[in-house]
Design a protein around this ligand. Structure first.
Ligand SMILES: NC(=O)c1ccc[n+]([C@@H]2O[C@H](COP(=O)([O-])OP(=O)(O)OC[C@H]3O[C@@H](n4cnc5c(N)ncnc54)[C@H](OP(=O)(O)O)[C@@H]3O)[C@@H](O)[C@H]2O)c1
Length: 238
């Protein structure tokens, strides 16, 4: 069974749909009842949605325990949910910093912790987290977002080392600029500036990200771990 956070829209929805089309049962999360309804609608009988707010770190372990109590076992964890809250450092307040770090980075600790024991027991697992090109190149106005996304890189490398011998792979997919609600928030100047940095001269699609996640979650990627796969139309080449 797979669990995808933030599965009601954008990249997470595309990933959850693709997993479900492959016949994999999916639990999709949203912060709202309405989001859960959307997830239940497209998953039909092949899984279900449930409310999870990653900002509330205490509730993550509790909610995940509930899932295991119902005898569901997660062997594919997709940490997709993420937010941005942009501001120049001089204007950024501690709430803007803490929310982004909590949701984009700290929650990954709790989510991974709650699935790892059962993955070790089953000698199989896939953990894939959606990072960002900004974690590697930085961006003005995004000290919080880029810190959260580069923090993921160290986390995933370390966890990959800890569980490599247990049949568990741990990787990051790092998108460039993808056409979702997140990028719709960009103003026209920001949008044009970003586009001028993309050699392919277009935004990526949610499908292009979901395809890479499908590959990493499959048997075909069994020898790939601790990696960050960049998908950005040539915007950044490590
Ligand atoms: N779009 C891009 O260009 C781009 C580029 C690089 C990286 N990324 C990364 O890709 C991931 C998905 O982004 P997207 O573009 O698909 O964004 P999106 O359309 O804005 O969707 C964000 C998702 O995250 C969930 N979420 C937000 N706050 C949450 C919280 N407190 N607890 C749990 N879930 C929460 C939302 O659920 P609700 O709607 O239910 O609140 C929603 O499903 C993020 O990690 C983002 O950083 C995106």
């Amino acid at each position: 069974m797979a669990l995808v956070t933030g599965a009601n829209q954008g990249i997470g929805k595309e990933i959850a749909k693709k997993l479900s089309e492959k016949g994999i049962k999916v639990i999709g999360t949203s912060t709202t009842i309405n989001g859960v309804k959307i997830i239940n609608q497209y998953l039909k009988k092949n899984g279900f949605g449930f409310v999870l707010n990653l900002k509330d770190t205490d509730s993550i372990l509790e909610k995940m325990k509930e899932i295991y109590k119902k005898n569901y076992s997660i062997d594919i964890l997709i940490n997709n949910a993420g937010i941005k809250s942009d501001n120049l450092l001089v204007y950024m307040n501690s709430r803007e910093w803490e929310n982004v770090i909590k949701i984009n980075l700290t929650s990954i600790f709790y989510m991974s912790k709650s699935v790892i024991r059962s993955m070790i027991k089953n000698k199989y697992g896939r953990i894939i987290t959606i990072g960002s090109v900004i974690g590697s190149i930085g961006n003005r106005g995004q000290v919080n977002y880029s810190a959260s996304k580069s923090g993921l890189i160290g986390f995933h490398k370390s966890l990959a080392l800890e569980v490599a011998s247990k049949g568990i792979t741990v990787n990051i997919v790092a998108p460039g600029l993808i056409d979702t609600q997140l990028t719709k928030k960009l103003n026209i100047l920001q949008y044009k500036k970003h586009l001028s940095n993309i050699p392919m001269q277009r935004l990526g699609t949610t499908k292009e990200i979901a395809d890479a996640v499908m590959f990493l979650s499959s048997e075909k990627a069994s020898y790939i771990t601790g990696q960050t796969l960049h998908i950005n139309g040539g915007m950044y080449m490590p």
